[in-house]
Design a protein around this ligand. Sequence first.
Ligand SMILES: Nc1ncnc2c1ncn2[C@@H]1O[C@H](COP(=O)(O)OP(=O)(O)OP(=O)(O)O)[C@@H](O)[C@H]1O
Ligand SMILES: [Mg+2]
Length: 376
Amino acid sequence: MSVFNDAIASLLSPIRDLLEDEGVSEVMINGAHEVFVEKKGLVYKTENQFPSEDALISAMRAIAQSVGRVIDNDNPRLDARLPDGSRIHVVLPPMAKNGTTVAIRKFSKEKLTLNDLIAFGSVSKAAARFLDICIHLGKNIIVSGGTGSGKTTMLNVLGSRIPKTQRLLIIEDAAELQVKAEHVVNFETRKADPTRGVEEVTIRELVISAMRLRPDRIIVGEVRGEEALDLIQVMNTGHDGSMGTVHANNPIDACTRLETLCLMGDTKIPPDAVRKMVASAMQIIVQCSRYHDGGRRTSHISEILGIDKNGNYISRDIFRWVQTGKDPETGKYVGEMVPCNYVPTFFEDIVVNKLPFPKNQFISPEWYNDLKKQAA
Ligand SMILES: Nc1ncnc2c1ncn2[C@@H]1O[C@H](COP(=O)(O)OP(=O)(O)OP(=O)(O)O)[C@@H](O)[C@H]1O
Ligand SMILES: [Mg+2]
């Protein structure tokens, strides 16, 4: 709570314990009398309540004011980052039918590392080593996934593995990434504020600036607009090893989504050409998924090979997370990440660069082959 001044802290006292609880990653308020939290990936209803809708709105108004923003009838939505890095989104009634609706994604000081992801079973040791190799070789990587599936966390982890000698330019809507590297330049977009004559600065504009600032690699935190085209062009013009995240449910969808985003702007490039550009820019897709047991896992690591004669993207899974059962006591899924019997096209580069990744690491275990045969 130290992030808030005394006045706001007192307005937020109905949820103080939740904000202070390190185990809570997200607080969701659906009107004054309904507060849910997320803990270890699962959502629970709490006993916490605000005394009234007015009390809740006052708290949100004070938060908005503290970050130089306004939330009222004319501006019924607030998307803001708090001084400690937490993110807050608010929608007021009458749009929000339950009453003032809020989600606070708490900033966790302890960023997860690749070793943490291995320890959680989100990614296997072999797959983690493979991702390291992809980064070393400067493969373009898109992290794809649904809301809250762990995309930003994965991008942070991957970004922190980039060789120290390289210059990274990171562009985000709200600075969230904390890439641990020696030579990092961070950019954050700016929202327009007509009342103060402040003009918007978009991701797209910042990507263009980044290109002129001698980047080795460019990282776009979240690609969700026309900037997709700029990132694709960055990837296709020698800034190998660039990265970004995109909202999509599987690796092929990630390509399609990027293509759609590229076409959103006033581009004169024909759709067929855009598809080709996306296909050649994409090299590795890391798919993050949030499973029903609350676990966040890397469900696929796939290579994009281009487009086939019918114009469809070609994707090959290199690793997949495979569920093999369910723990009857905890309800947690049991499973592991397995190689998919596919040797990536750049295996020669792995060999030539003497990177430690023997070919047999791409071979599926017998049990997985059996499982596939049974399921066929
Ligand atoms: N592999 C993981 N295991 C457990 N928790 C994870 C894992 N990856 C991420 N998390 C946690 O899940 C939450 C959401 O992660 P993150 O912000 O990376 O998701 P996201 O996909 O970027 O979300 P959004 O769509 O809102 O941008 C965070 O609290 C993060 O610490
Ligand atoms: Mg994110």
